[in-house]
Design a protein around this ligand. Structure first.
Ligand code: SF4
Length: 230
């Protein structure tokens, strides 16, 4: 499903109107405007956005991409989040299992062609799922990396013909930490082990103090994004 005509203008106007608004206000706007054709995505580094939507409206679809390469801690987070929150946590899987991918493309594709691996295991499955919605939200923030400095709180996702909502775009790590402490929000145990940004295990390393949060993703390679956030 593509968003109806005029939604790009809605997104561009909201980017201006909602800049400076609290994440909960941005989420409330998105729910009013797009529910039930609105989904939240999560990488399960923490449950901040899931906690926020749970206070606004129950049973919001929350999409988690299970690439088959996640840390055990992330899969544990999935179980904990599913048990605690009323949102519908939906697990999306790639068309190919890891073994099938190895047969077709060779083993350790993530080392040889991470763009193709991300496309097969993340981008295509998410695109297929998001086609049911007209708007989606993610937890990306400007302070995570240089590549994300210009992220808007609401944007037009021209790649998917959808509205993209980034409620935490303007929040700092301190803002996130304060919310987690105040609300007792679930956090992936890897965060305290030096992984402020958590992706697939073969492509994620711990970062040093003072490094960008995403410095441990595809470390030592030119790749900085998986392709989900155009
Ligand atoms: Fe593959 Fe690594 Fe991308 Fe995960 S992050 S889909 S393992 S290349």
């Amino acid at each position: 499903m593509s968003a109806p005509p005029g939604y790009a203008d809605v997104a561009h106007r909201a980017a201006i109107d909602l800049e400076g608004a609290e994440p909960q206000e941005i989420l409330a706007w998105a729910l009013d405007a797009f529910h039930p054709r609105f989904a939240l995505t999560t990488s399960l580094g923490d449950a901040v956005l899931i906690d926020m939507v749970s206070t606004l409206r129950a049973a919001i679809p929350v999409l988690f991409l299970d690439t088959g390469y996640h840390f055990a801690e992330t899969m544990g987070m999935r179980a904990a989040v599913a048990a605690r929150y009323p949102s519908r946590l939906l697990t999306i899987t790639p068309r190919l299992t890891r073994d099938e991918q190895d047969v077709l493309y060779g083993p350790r594709l993530h080392d040889r062609d991470p763009d193709l691996c991300c496309r097969l295991r993340k981008v295509v499955p998410l695109d297929e799922t998001l086609s049911q919605y007209v708007a989606w939200a993610s937890g990306i923030r400007r302070d995570e990396s240089e590549a994300r400095r210009a992220v808007k709180v609401v944007d037009w996702d021209a790649q998917r013909d959808m509205v993209k909502v980034n409620p935490l775009a303007a929040w700092s790590q301190e803002d996130v930490d304060r919310y987690i402490a105040e609300r007792g929000v679930l956090v992936n145990p890897l965060v305290d082990a030096g992984y402020p940004s958590i992706g697939c295990a073969p492509c994620t390393q711990a970062v040093a103090v003072g490094e960008d949060a995403r410095a441990g993703r595809w470390a030592g390679r030119p790749k900085v994004e998986c392709g989900l956030h155009a």
